[in-house]
Design a binder for this molecule. Structure first.
Ligand SMILES: [Zn+2]
Ligand SMILES: [Zn+2]
Length: 303
């Protein structure tokens, strides 16, 4: 049947009438299922990229580039990121550090003679579990996520063998290089300064080699960062050790709590240094990735 004037008009009106239901701007044939929780743009189910937060692709990219973990490296940037990560879960860090400093403090109190050696062994084995757990929480905070202490502890135990061996290897190498001469010692110290975050967050390859790759070209800035952090740590440990010495002479019954407090503070101080190095690691990683992206953009063969 040929269309009459009436049916033709009706079809024209029907197709030109705006539909009440909003459409997806990227897919005009689809109805919007929701809106972006940041910018409010209409999204079809295919265009929602971050499920729990309900973001559009542009807002997700913006959110990721705002994260502490994605800022490029600079001296100030590493300090800022380290500080942000430290503040993110400070209560949890205090609790974890306290628990893992306890065996070290007990050894220092009850095994005179061998206390220095046993305390050192405790802090490099058990203490490292606490450090890794805190760094796991901080790394997740740097990526905009939040994990509980139990998940952090499991991540720490998984990473422990790799981190322990990497730190041992780094310590031996730095010591050997210092024995050779002072300057190579400092160079190796700087090259291996992000070995712990690498061992924790990257699961394959040599952590030592990767640390040396990441730190290449940032030697002076990293040396400044390391020296400043370690001088502050030594001042903290030294002043609290003096305090414990005073307490031991003036009020022997208070020696136990004083040693416990001193060990705890020393561990918190050491964690602050590690947190700073995690901040530096994130910066170095972003800078390296950005440099690689630029390289690919300039290379016409890779397009
Ligand atoms: Zn959006
Ligand atoms: Zn869409």
């Amino acid at each position: 049947m040929p269309p009459t004037l009436a049916t033709g008009l009706w079809e024209l009106m029907d197709s030109s009438l705006p539909s009440a239901a909003p459409k997806c701007p990227s897919h005009p044939d689809r109805l919007a299922a929701t809106t972006c929780s940041r910018c409010g743009t209409f999204l079809c189910s295919q265009c929602v990229v971050a499920r729990p937060e309900r973001l559009c692709a542009a807002c997700l990219a913006r959110k990721l580039s705002d994260l502490p973990a994605s800022r490029p490296y600079s001296f100030r940037g590493a300090l800022q990121t380290g500080w942000t990560l430290l503040r993110a879960r400070f209560g949890l860090y205090l609790a974890l550090t306290g628990v893992f400093a306890l065996p070290e403090a007990l050894v220092r109190l009850w095994v005179p003679g061998l206390q220095a050696l046993l305390g050192f062994l405790c802090s490099t084995t058990l203490g490292l579990v606490g450090v890794l757990a805190c760094l796991s929480c901080a790394a997740e905070a740097g990526l905009g996520r939040r994990i509980d202490w139990w998940t952090a502890l499991r991540a720490a135990l998984r990473a422990w063998p790799r981190a322990f061996l990497a730190r041992l290897g780094a310590a031996v190498q730095v010591a050997l290089f210092f024995l050779l001469l002072i300057v190579p010692g400092f160079i190796r110290w700087v090259q291996l300064c992000v070995v712990t975050p690498v061992a924790l967050l990257e699961h394959s390859g040599s952590a030592l080699r990767r640390s040396a790759e990441l730190t290449a070209g940032w030697g002076w800035s990293l040396l400044g960062l390391l020296c400043a952090a370690n001088v502050l740590l030594l001042l903290l440990v030294g002043s609290t050790a003096l305090l414990v010495g005073e307490v031991a002479e003036l009020a022997p019954p208070l020696l136990g709590p004083a040693v416990l407090l001193q060990t705890w503070l020393a561990n918190v101080g050491a964690l602050c240094v590690e947190m700073l190095m995690l901040g530096a690691y994130f910066g170095l990683k972003s800078s390296t990735e950005r440099a690689e992206e630029l390289l690919f953009e300039q290379d016409p063969a890779s397009r």
